[in-house]
Design a protein around this ligand. Structure first.
Ligand code: NAP
Length: 247
């Protein structure tokens, strides 16, 4: 594919593993430089950056807890100094703390909202001024079909992912005059560490019309398309990638 992303710089939160890794890989394959943000596993993040650098792009890993306002601001500053510009932001970092509502502690609720929703706000707030100056930018928020359909045991997670959809539409309206698009991707079950326990679960597979889990690289390909010139007229959209599960 030639999506014309040579020389651009992408910030991908949670880019060291799973879907985020695949998004970075798809962007690096198109010549995009990559700043990976991660929360705990330095070895994995450094290995990911080394793998992307082998494709001939610049890639660097940054330890950054996106839910922490100061951490997010300092990291964006460091990325800008290192890469010179930021063209693409993919808010992909996400966590789960699944419990039925009567057993869900306030901390389980707040931790998930903080990382999944507030983290995206911090990143957008710090990065959009750079994009606005360039009169161009692409923001992608990784939501979930849980944010569209709800899911028992995920009151916190589905609230965060539905919140991301509202945030996506508001940001799209606010930043369109600056040449910035903002879209959400809503994956269904995708094979990563997060969903390992469902891989052989017949009740999950039978709820997916295509009868399989998605592959991270399928989400990566969609994200790369949304960053390409061909997707310039798409904004405020929520694209399901779920094997038909939420239709
Ligand atoms: P994953 O394999 O668990 O990877 C999570 C990534 O996020 C890791 O790179 C992790 O870094 C990073 N991270 C976690 N907390 C962070 C924080 N506070 N600040 C910065 N980075 C943080 O997850 P995944 O399955 O690829 O999911 C990626 C996104 O897709 C999430 O938003 C998830 O909700 C969404 N999603 C996933 C599925 C699915 O089926 N997998 C379905 C729908 C939506 P460390 O390893 O260093 O901790």
């Amino acid at each position: 594919m030639n999506l014309n992303l040579q020389g651009q710089t992408a910030v991908v939160t949670g880019g060291s593993r799973g879907i985020g890794y695949a998004v970075c890989e798809a962007l690096a394959d198109e010549g995009c430089n990559i700043a990976i943000l991660y929360a705990s596993n330095t070895e994995k993040a450094e290995a990911a950056a080394a793998a992307f650098a082998e494709k001939g792009v610049k890639a660097k890993a940054y330890l950054c807890h996106v839910e922490n306002e100061e951490d997010a601001a300092n990291t964006v500053k460091a990325v800008k100094e290192e890469f010179g510009r930021i063209d693409i932001l993919v808010n992909n970092a996400g966590i789960t703390r699944d419990k039925l509502v009567n057993g869900m502690k306030e901390a389980d609720f707040c931790d998930v909202i903080d990382v999944n929703l507030k983290g995206a706000f911090h990143m957008i707030k710090n990065i959009y001024p750079l994009m606005a100056k360039q009169r161009a930018g692409r923001i992608i928020n990784v939501s979930s079909i849980s944010g569209l359909m709800g899911n028992a045991g995920q009151v916190n997670y589905s609230a965060s992912k539905a919140g991301l959809i509202g945030m996506t539409k508001s940001v799209a309206k606010e930043l369109a005059p600056r040449g910035i698009t903002c879209n959400a991707i809503a994956p269904g079950f995708v094979s990563t560490d997060m969903t390992e326990k469902f891989a052989e679960d017949e009740s999950v597979l039978s709820a997916i019309p295509l009868r399989r889990m998605g592959k991270p690289e399928e989400v990566g390909a969609l994200a790369a398309y949304l960053c390409s010139p061909g997707a310039a007229f798409i904004t405020g959209e929520v694209i399901r990638i779920d094997g038909g599960m939420a239709m």
